[in-house]
Design a protein around this ligand. Structure first.
Ligand SMILES: Cc1cc2nc3c(=O)[nH]c(=O)nc-3n(C[C@H](O)[C@H](O)[C@H](O)COP(=O)(O)OP(=O)(O)OC[C@H]3O[C@@H](n4cnc5c(N)ncnc54)[C@H](O)[C@@H]3O)c2cc1C
Length: 325
């Protein structure tokens, strides 16, 4: 590993001021389960590492009158074990429990999970200078693309690997971004940006900004939600495809529905066309097939990842049936 300095801010204001003022290449470290790998392999470099673990107020889950506030430094294990999360947001608990291993959930944080970098094997190879690292080519496009995206991949074909992000977005979560000029709140869906916007990063966080917390609105009356994760292995693994579905069912049909997929696009991928098919109609397997087909009309599979279209249908079916059947 290369030498670096460490800063240990104690308050959110100190952190925001430090990030705004520093001229050094900087990386934020939360639990370090992703960042340390990147630093060790040389995929990421930073002259200054800013440790978030001592910043007061960044960790913790708090019930508020209109929902739940989850601090960025909340450990994934604490999210998975929280009684309020289990009661009001079971799909979020499911997503947290599906993530990695108990050791990683004990060390990894919610903010780190939502801001983690992609697992693309070309990006993670320190010898490969792909578009994400300032090069001219995405090597997955004509190379090995079994784990890459079906949607949204212009010039870079990663998938966003987080389990928490699809579940949170389907529940209508918002992100609070800390900046030296004060907080900014955006829907979590808009926290992510496609490669066409900026191929070097996956979120809208600009220099000097950090994720402070996410807020999940109080569940609506009759709301149900599910998270289904399809993996290659029976043990810990990233999602090949995952489906987060939240909705309100009235008389056997969805009055409201939100569908967000993981593992299929460079950002958590909302299936608005599938939502339109499912809303207002009695839930049957044929209707879910129709909804998946409407979504898949926008897919551009590559040589090795066409199987993800079948997985999209399978994950969607399981999640929709769990919520709506
Ligand atoms: C073996 C293994 C298996 C894994 N399996 C899964 C899985 O199944 N599902 C899944 O979703 N993830 C998985 N992960 C990914 C990841 O390590 C965890 O999701 C973890 O939650 C990341 O949190 P962290 O606090 O350790 O992040 P860190 O490693 O500290 O940070 C990750 C990235 O986020 C940035 N960051 C951290 N906090 C903030 C913040 N508040 N504001 C702005 N940027 C921030 C860091 O700069 C860094 O770039 C796995 C990782 C490993 C090593």
């Amino acid at each position: 590993m290369r030498d670096f300095k460490i800063a240990e801010p104690r308050t959110e204001d100190e952190l925001a001021a430090l990030l705004a003022e520093t001229t050094e290449t900087t990386a934020l470290i939360a639990g370090g389960t992703d960042l340390i790998d990147e630093l060790k392999s040389g995929v990421a470099t930073a002259a200054l590492i800013v440790d978030l673990s001592g910043v007061a107020g960044l960790a913790g889950i708090a019930g508020e009158k209109d929902g739940l506030r989850i601090g960025a430094m909340t450990r994934v294990a604490d999210l998975a074990e929280d009684a309020g999360v289990a009661r009001d947001y079971p799909s979020l608990k499911e997503a947290a429990l599906s993530l990695a291993t108990p050791q990683l959930r004990n060390a990894g944080t919610v903010g780190g999970n939502l801001c983690q970098r992609p697992r693309c094997w070309y990006y993670r190879d320190p010898e490969v200078v792909c578009r994400k690292k300032g090069g001219f080519n995405c090597f997955a496009y004509q190379g090995r693309n079994k784990y890459h995206c079906l949607f949204g991949g212009s010039g870079c074909f990663i998938v966003f690997p987080s389990d928490l992000a699809p579940a949170l977005i389907s529940l209508g979560a918002k992100a609070t971004i800390g900046t030296a000029k004060g907080d900014k709140v955006v829907p979590l869906e808009e926290f992510y940006a496609l490669p066409a916007v900026d191929v070097s990063r996956e979120t809208v966080l600009a220099k000097g900004q950090f994720l402070k917390s996410v807020r999940v609105p109080a569940p609506k009356s009759g709301q149900k939600a599910a998270y289904v994760k399809l993996k290659e292995r029976g043990t810990w693994d990233f999602a090949l495809v995952s489906a987060a579905v939240a909705g309100v069912v009235e008389d056997g049909a969805f009055a409201e529905i939100s569908i967000v997929m993981g593992g299929v696009a460079p950002v958590p991928w909302r299936l608005k066309k599938a939502e339109d098919v499912l809303r207002g109609n009695p839930v049957t397997e044929a209707l879910i097939r129709q909804a998946a087909d409407a979504a898949l009309a926008d897919a551009t599979p590559m040589r090795e990842n066409g199987y993800k279209a079948d997985l999209l249908f399978a994950a969607l079916k399981q999640a929709v049936m769990a919520v709506g059947a």
